[in-house]
Design a binder for this molecule. Structure first.
Ligand code: FAD
Ligand code: NAD
Length: 478
């Protein structure tokens, strides 16, 4: 029997974006219907952030064992058991899953419907045997791997982020297609777990990042033994399970590359299939569901957020972006405010080792903007804690505008994802470099790099003859 529901808010997709809206709305006592056709928690919990970071943590332990001799410790080569590593990954997912579960959201007061949603009219949606007529809808249907159109690829078994975390045996040779965050995080993790890994990147690896910062990450990957072939194109794929052959073209010459496993990590595509967006007058294209700066679609009662939303949503696909969107939609849909998407202080982190964290403008973006900028740098090798930990690869790079205004910061370091937060705060609150230079930071910590780079702004002034004369003058007063 069909049931008709009339909530204030109907959310499609129980991933990072949808769950954040549902939790906030339910906490405010707003009637909510949450529709999910797959697993609660979406990509982040089941096939993205959580399993990748759990795998990276296991790989880091293997790496630490191999590095033990540098610290005067004897340790044998780590015995990696892929099946047990998989169990570790699953148990981390299991530990977090209750936060995203149907039981939790039902207890919070949301009505959770486990079915595929599709619009039947501008204000009506159908999911299983439920009809939903809501005052507002939020589409949070996420993204899926974009699979390139390479001859033969559809004839061989290949992995994506949806299947790679299920490996129970060490691949003999993993070839990764795509040198973006997904490709490189997983390439390094598998290499450290003992798998030979080759990355094939059509352009430049970490091509969206500052080349100077990306170079540190690529140097670390090379030291680990990951082979990264940039400017390489796969022309053809053939073979079968365990025996995949790729024809790779690089600077005009073609070579054959053999792989036991192939991981496709060549970007993401928004998920809109089955939604019948046309029935609700909602426009979309290959970049996502069309939204304005308030995350409204072309149907004013419908919002789109998270990975499925088009470029005006900020053009970045991260879990924290999804929850930021959720906050904007709550203010807009429930409090009738009109907040705009503002990505100026939105950080991003690539969880390789060392990590690469960025907030605000890169040097290239600031120069393209025509702003007169000052660039500050401080190498990690000048940090005492980094030396003690033997983790000196990296640097902090800060972009300043007029009067020492902080426009952007990029950090490559172990734990850069943690170190970026004061810079995020600085940009969000329009702080000046002086504010960072005046901070007292505990010694010896990696955080000192932030103060040291800030202080370097004043180094040229300290050397000025006028400053020296002033100090001499003041000395005379005792
Ligand atoms: C390997 C990997 C690692 C990542 N690591 C990080 C990281 O470290 N940090 C970070 O910030 N981001 C990371 N990301 C990105 C992050 O996972 C995504 O940005 C985030 O999961 C997007 O959340 P979402 O809610 O928009 O989409 P999703 O999590 O994909 O959720 C969408 C949900 O909608 C459901 N759905 C779709 N269509 C319908 C329908 N018609 N009816 C009902 N339900 C539907 C789907 O089943 C799904 O559960 C990573 C991504 C990958 C692939
Ligand atoms: N740490 C994190 O927060 C994190 C981690 C992983 C993913 N993510 C999110 O997931 C998104 C997707 O990541 P991604 O790495 O899949 O995509 P991406 O678009 O960032 O990188 C894909 C790479 O593949 C290359 N490529 C495309 N087609 C190719 C082909 N046919 N052959 C060889 N190379 C090809 C591109 O040049 C690009 O460098 C990220 O942008 C990010 O939003 C975040």
């Amino acid at each position: 029997m069909t049931e008709t529901l009339r909530p204030d808010l109907c959310i499609v997709g129980a991933g990072s974006a949808g769950l954040s809206v549902a939790a906030a709305a339910a906490a405010l006592g707003v009637p909510v219907v949450l529709i999910e056709r797959g697993q609660m928690g979406g990509d982040c919990l089941n096939a993205g952030c959580v399993p990748s970071k759990a795998l990276i943590a296991a790989a880091r332990r293997a790496h630490d064992i191999r590095q033990a001799a540098d610290f005067g410790l004897g340790a044998p080569e780590p015995q990696v058991n892929y099946a047990r590593v998989r169990e570790h990954v699953r148990s981390v997912i299991g530990a977090i899953a209750p936060n995203d579960s149907q039981a939790r959201f039902t207890a919070l007061g949301a009505r959770v419907v486990r079915a595929s949603a599709r619009f039947v009219a501008r204000d009506t949606l159908e999911a299983g045997n439920v009809i939903v007529k809501a005052r507002r809808f939020v589409l949070a249907t996420g993204s899926r791997p974009a699979v390139p159109d390479i001859p033969g690829l559809d004839t061989v078994p290949f992995l994506t982020n949806e299947t790679v975390f299920d490996l129970t045996r060490r691949p003999e040779h993993l070839v990764v297609l795509g040198g973006g965050p997904v490709g490189l995080e997983l390439a390094q993790a598998h290499r450290r777990l003992g798998t030979p890994v080759t990355v094939i990147e059509a352009g430049r690896a970490l091509g969206h990042e500052d080349p100077e910062l990306a170079a540190h990450v690529l140097a670390a990957l090379a030291r680990d033994g990951v082979v990264v072939r940039e400017g390489a194109t796969v022309r053809e794929v053939a073979g079968e399970e365990g025996d995949i052959r790729l024809v790779v073209e690089n600077r005009g010459s073609r070579t054959e590359l053999k792989a036991s496993h192939l991981l496709v990590a060549t970007g993401r595509r928004p998920v809109t299939d089955g939604l019948e967006l046309a029935a609700a007058g909602i426009a979309h294209d290959e970049h996502g569901i069309t939204v304005d700066q308030h995350l409204r679609t072309t149907n004013r009662r419908v919002y789109a957020i998270g990975d499925c939303a088009g470029p005006a949503a900020g053009g970045r696909r991260f879990t924290h972006v999804a929850s930021y969107h959720a906050g904007l939609v709550i203010r807009s849909a429930l409090f009738r405010l009109r907040p705009r998407v503002d990505m100026r202080a939105m950080p991003r982190v690539i969880f390789t080792d060392p990590e690469l964290a960025v907030v605000g403008m890169t040097e290239e973006e600031a120069r393209a903007d025509g702003t007169r900028i000052t660039v500050l740098r401080w190498p990690l090798a000048e940090n005492d804690r980094a030396q003690a930990e033997r983790r000196t690869e990296g640097e902090i790079k800060v972009i300043l505008g007029r009067g020492g205004r902080i426009l952007g910061c990029g950090i490559v370091a172990a734990g850069a994802g943690e170190l970026i937060t004061p810079w995020t705060l600085a940009i969000a609150h329009d702080l000046k470099i002086r504010d960072l230079a005046e901070l007292t930071v505990p010694y010896p910590t990696l955080s000192e790099i932030s103060r040291r780079v800030a202080m370097s702004y004043y180094a040229p002034s300290a050397a000025r003859p006028m400053v020296r004369r002033l100090i001499g003058l003041l000395r005379r007063f005792g």
